[in-house]
Design a binder for this molecule. Sequence first.
Ligand SMILES: [Fe+2]
Ligand SMILES: [Fe+2]
Length: 391
Amino acid sequence: MAYQVNDTDLRDSQVADLLFEYMPKIAAEHRTDSLLLLMADLGRRIVQADRCSLWLIDEERNELWTKVAHGVNELRIPLTAGFVGYSLKTGQPVLVEDAYQDSRFDRRSDLKNNYHTTSVMTMPMESEGRVMGVFQAINKIGDNVFFSQKDLEHLKLISVYSAKTIESAIRAQKLEHKAEELESAHMELIRILGEVSEFRSQEVGDHIHRVSEISRMLARYYGLSEEQQKLIYYASLLHDLGKVGIPDMVLKKEGRLTDSEYTQMKSHSVIGRTLLRDSRTDLLRMAADIAGAHHERWNGNGYPDRLEGENIPLAARICSVADVLDALACPRCYKTAWLEEHVREEMKKSRGTYFQPELIDILMDHWDEFYSCYKPNGMFIKKGLLPPVKA
Ligand SMILES: [Fe+2]
Ligand SMILES: [Fe+2]
């Protein structure tokens, strides 16, 4: 059967105008759902249809799915349903004037949606030699009643464009997902490693997690970017990693350490730095800085390198404030928790000696917020990061 070309079909130049109008929106959109809607809208305007939809194959569920504007959920149909199923199976387009006169038509969707389909076009969407879905247009609008051969050509054009675009969006989404998965596995390993070092160093009650939370708060008030805050949070979990290399007889000794045992204990900072420093990731390099310098002091009297002032890496300066604050504020096996005013006094006294003055200023300016973490109903209790108070 020969199909006429309607006078009111869009001219190629109008089609090109529409393509140029949609291209920037399509290029900026990476979510498959939203792309399906944009493409369908573009298709609807180009072929002047009442409805357009892009059906994609879901290989896992052996179904076709699409997204409709304002539809909360996606629509799903069997792979073989109706004209769409026909195009998918044969790789051929469909162009019909009255769906109800065609045995391939599946009336169920009309019944379900209280709609009356008359004219229909479908076009298989191919990318890299494989059919990935079907573009469907329903009911010609305007002066013409049927879709024309020209409409079918236009549908072919946007089907090719849509297939390429969606294929690359799906590929990008998969890559993103993989990257996210890798990142969370990486963070998880760091958390586990931090907990191993905590277990080894006889710390009680999630000290490292609290140090990381306080470090992140300090970093935020210091004006570091969210990315840096996140790095400091995770890197601080490893501040005492080097304790895995300290012998039990020193680490678990009750009572005073001899001078040589103390020297051995102090070597945990160098051991930690050595374990981490060859990494190529920003996170582990920062962790190496923190592990190596969290016992340095602002006035140069710390260890292991007696670094002074800004020669101490910033992340280590931040973590050392959090480390000492937590050590004072929480009970340890050899001491009870200090009273709040004593902790505050001690931290203030260490401004410019132990700690960078600006960091202590931040701590003092926001003292209530920092210290509220340790209080009943505070963040640490809520997150289960505080040891139970001994009666
Ligand atoms: Fe330490
Ligand atoms: Fe610590």
